[in-house]
Write a protein that binds this ligand. Structure first.
Ligand SMILES: [Zn+2]
Length: 442
């Protein structure tokens, strides 16, 4: 592994070099070695949490290793809010706490703390991006929305560090107008990144612009979709525009990188050396491989504010543990990440419909719907918001209502509003579906 000299200082100072070297080697080791390392980290975290974190000293009695994991109560966002102080480790110096928060998809925010000396999760994030063939030190463009990450008010020095040490250029995904997209494409061409990372809704708009204007943008290593659920129609259009494969990356502000798609495009490799991922079905039990359920994570590197069996708010499916990925990486895999737990719409007839159905329904069966949002206000009220173009015909509304009632129940009230712009979340994400009655969002 070689690094450009401009980055050596940064990676050595932050202990990143050792972690990255170790984690790159570990992902190619036998599965048993990876799980052994995971269990050792878990036991170390357990001891620490029992001894130094008031909330966990109450609930971790009798828990000794990863085999007892299923006996630990889930950590919900509600508990994080209620017991915030009790979740802080009493033995960690204040300077190692980094205040952090999630915006919450429905506007409610959750405060928590990251652990400053944790370089391992950063190494895992870099390793995940390297699955595209990108090497640390090669340039990347990031199209991102969270203002915290964009730091628009940062000084000249920080901008230089980003550009010349970390070798990335940040572009805001807020209010992507046609003019912005044209400018962005010029900036991308000048910067010549090896990869592009961005919200799929933003990458999709850029991709459509490239196709519509018959442009050619060369991104040699691929495009990483991150931050939002990636839908099939987005993947297809982005791949067509860039003549490159899309790599899905799953992570969040709370626990950083979780899993990344590899060059075999068979699913996403979980950073099992940074966290434990479980899938929990409707009955609260560990789901079988292939069975959909709620994603629950244990962050093995956050010693300041340990999160054990944390209900992250997404649903997904684990891949069969026997599956051996063609790329050679032995980290366990997620088959897919299906979206937010609040993305599941429930009918009065008991039918459940998640993200990919709605994108197919609106994008392929009806003309002119550019963007939509399905908001299930209550079990029998569904409000639809559309951003439309000239091809849209309001006559199709009665057909939309009829088909939704057929699928979800006759009693359902379907209201359709055509709007100029569907409101984005605080971090600039587009929410396609919000359900107040999702069975997973408890
Ligand atoms: Zn793979």
């Amino acid at each position: 592994m070689t690094f450009p000299t401009s980055q050596l200082l940064y990676i050595f100072k932050n202990n990143l070099y050792e972690n990255l070297k170790f984690s790159l080697k570990l992902q190619l080791s036998e599965r048993n070695a990876i799980l052994k390392f995971q269990n050792e980290k878990f036991i170390k975290l357990l001891h620490h949490a029992k001894k130094n974190v008031p909330y966990y000293s109450e609930i971790l009695n009798g828990i000794n290793d990863i085999n007892d994991l299923a006996e630990i109560p889930f950590l919900t966002k509600h508990i994080v809010k209620e017991r915030n102080n009790d979740l802080k480790a009493t033995n960690i110096p204040l300077k190692h706490f980094v205040e952090n928060s999630t915006s919450g998809s429905t506007g409610e925010s959750m405060h928590f703390f990251s652990y400053k000396p944790d370089d391992y999760s950063e190494a895992c994030a870099i390793r995940g991006d390297m699955l595209t063939g990108w090497k640390y030190g090669e340039k990347k463009v990031i199209v991102w929305g969270a203002s915290r990450d964009l730091d628009l008010h940062e000084g000249f020095k920080q901008r230089l560090i980003k550009k010349y040490i970390h070798k990335f250029e940040l572009l805001s995904s807020f209010n992507l107008s046609i003019k912005d997209i044209g400018n962005y494409i010029n900036q991308i061409k000048i910067f010549e990144p090896s990869i592009i990372i961005g919200y799929p809704t933003a990458l999709f708009l850029i991709a459509e612009y490239i196709i519509d204007n018959d442009l050619s943008v060369n991104i040699p290593k691929g495009v990483i979709s991150a931050g939002e659920t990636l839908y099939d129609f987005q993947r297809t259009t982005i791949e067509k525009a860039f003549h490159q494969k899309v790599f899905n990356r799953y992570g969040c502000r709370d626990v950083f990188q979780i899993a990344s798609e590899c060059s075999a495009h068979n699913g996403l490799h979980v950073s099992a050396d940074h966290l434990i991922v479980e899938i929990i079905n409707d009955s609260g039990k560990v789901a079988l491989p292939g069975e959909m359920g709620e994603i629950v994570v244990t962050d093995l590197d956050n010693y300041a504010f340990p999160m054990i069996r944390y209900k992250i708010g997404d649903i997904g499916v684990l891949k069969d543990p026997e599956f051996e990925c063609g790329c050679g990486v032995k980290l366990p895999m997620l088959e897919k990440v299906e979206g937010r737990t609040m993305d599941v719409v429930v009918g009065t007839n008991g039918n459940r419909v998640s993200g990919n159905f709605w994108t197919l329904f609106f994008r392929h069966e009806f003309e002119g719907i550019e963007k939509f949002q399905v908001f299930q206000e209550d079990i029998n009220i569904i409000n639809l918001f559309f951003e439309v173009n000239a091809a849209y015909n309001s006559n199709s509304e009665s057909k939309i209502k009829k088909e939704i009632r057929l699928l979800l129940g006759d009693e359902i009230d379907v209201n359709i509003s055509v709007v100029d712009e569907i409101i984005k979340t605080e971090t600039g994400k587009h929410r396609w579906i919000i359900s107040n009655v999702s069975p997973y969002a408890r």
